[in-house]
Design a protein around this ligand. Sequence first.
Ligand SMILES: Nc1ncnc2c1ncn2[C@@H]1O[C@H](COP(=O)(O)OP(=O)(O)O)[C@@H](O)[C@H]1O
Ligand SMILES: [Mg+2]
Length: 339
Amino acid sequence: MAEEEGLPLLDVRHLSVSLQTREGVIRPVSDVSFTIGRGEAVALVGESGSGKTLTGLSLLGLFPPGATVPSGQILFEGQDLLALDATAFRRIRGQRISMIFQEPQSALNPVLTVGTQMRELFKSHVDLPDLRVREEVIDRLRSAGLPDPERVSRSYPHQLSGGMRQRVMIAMAIALDPRLVIADEPTTALDPTVALQILSLLSSIRETRTKGLLFISHDLAHVRRVSDRVLVMYAGRIVEASPARRFFGTGPLHPYSRALLSSRPEGAGGGRRDTPLPAIRGQVPPLWDLPPGCAFAPRCSQADDRCRTEAPPWQTEGESGALCFYPDLSPPGEPRHVA
Ligand SMILES: Nc1ncnc2c1ncn2[C@@H]1O[C@H](COP(=O)(O)OP(=O)(O)O)[C@@H](O)[C@H]1O
Ligand SMILES: [Mg+2]
């Protein structure tokens, strides 16, 4: 396919996903818009239940049973994936967009060797002679940093450590040279040293093998290592989009992002076990009972009456934007809005 320069790799526009639950219809992905440029690593951050995984799965056309998509476009290399039929979407999934899951155990078949699973993956998408497929499998395992790829290929998943299994998942995700890789909390099940190795592997893969990475994480220390741009999600909405340099430098625009960042332990670098997002007072409101104004208002120290009653606008400054009446647009040390 001809490279369409100028178009982002991925352009998600006003995507909403609705689910029928016992409490009523919820919208765990609500009017979500973002882009991923060619060669860009974008992080999607937020507390548990904010809609990160559902957003990632949507890009693969994997919706929970009963889900509807009341609005939105997912333009991938200029083509709207939501307009494709199931067969065409399946062809794109795996081949052009792939996903690395939190728990490699659940994504790997326990009764097949790694090599068998990877060969099946190749054969279901591309027409290559057996010998070539074998070579490709070994090549991808080596690219995923597995030191003895021949042995790993002959192994069953349970014979490998957690870190090796996650590397196998990565090898499978890059098997068909996809343009976009979605990594959903890929280090949660790993100990800190291995987690850091996996993060640097993801970074290097993005540089050498794929064109874009969506890195889903609740760990800002990890996000800082991997991402060029940061998206913050809260109760189904993107509440901030900022270049990582700005987010971790001058600071983010949205009070929620600032709360996340400032309650991180001082000097926390990598090396820790995946830490849940630090506690911010209060709780994420349930999706079936969102407040009328800004969903973060009940927890926000800066919220006023307007925040509690009206939907906040998307406000931008430079390359950053936030869904807030009072984003922090001022230079550091001069808060514009004092509660
Ligand atoms: N299959 C489903 N049925 C009903 N609700 C779901 C389903 N999957 C996710 N949800 C709800 O959607 C919201 C977002 O979930 P998810 O995308 O998994 O969040 P995150 O990955 O940020 O933790 C949560 O409130 C969750 O309970
Ligand atoms: Mg999740």
